[in-house]
Design a binder for this molecule. Structure first.
Ligand code: HEC
Length: 98
């Protein structure tokens, strides 16, 4: 199907029809104040260059976050206390927008 109207395209994206994961709705929510602070910490190191996290798709990044939280990937800061929802949200905001 071809989508001619920009609003229809927006709906197609927003409904998750084009998305892979079940947490697609997360990215459409603006981050909470706490999440903004957390994301700002992450991006103080992960903004560009070899640490840029936006080279990953959301589902790839979600898996990597899981590995960091579990201590399977070495990381300078502790992420062991983050919840599944926080990992979903981080992945939604820092992964590639695709
Ligand atoms: C002090 C700088 C710093 C901060 C702050 C930081 N990171 Fe990292 N992060 C790193 C470094 C350095 C590595 C690479 C570690 C290594 O390979 O040994 C890394 C690795 C990662 C990886 C693994 C990437 C991969 O390719 O497997 C993820 C995912 C990640 N960080 C997410 C985050 C998130 C999410 C936050 C915020 C909650 C965060 N980081 C905060 C420095 C930082």
């Amino acid at each position: 199907m071809r989508i001619h109207h920009p609003l229809l395209l927006w709906f197609a994206l927003a409904c998750g029809c084009s998305g892979a994961s079940s947490s697609t709705a997360v990215a459409e929510r603006p981050p909470s104040a706490d999440m903004k602070k957390l994301l700002a910490k992450c991006t103080s190191c992960h903004k560009s260059g070899p640490l840029d996290l936006s080279v990953y798709s959301r589902s790839e990044l979600r898996k990597k976050l899981e590995a960091v939280r579990a201590g399977k990937t070495k990381h300078p800061t502790d992420m062991s206390t983050l919840s599944d929802e926080q990992l979903d949200e981080i992945a939604a905001h820092l992964a590639a927008k695709r």
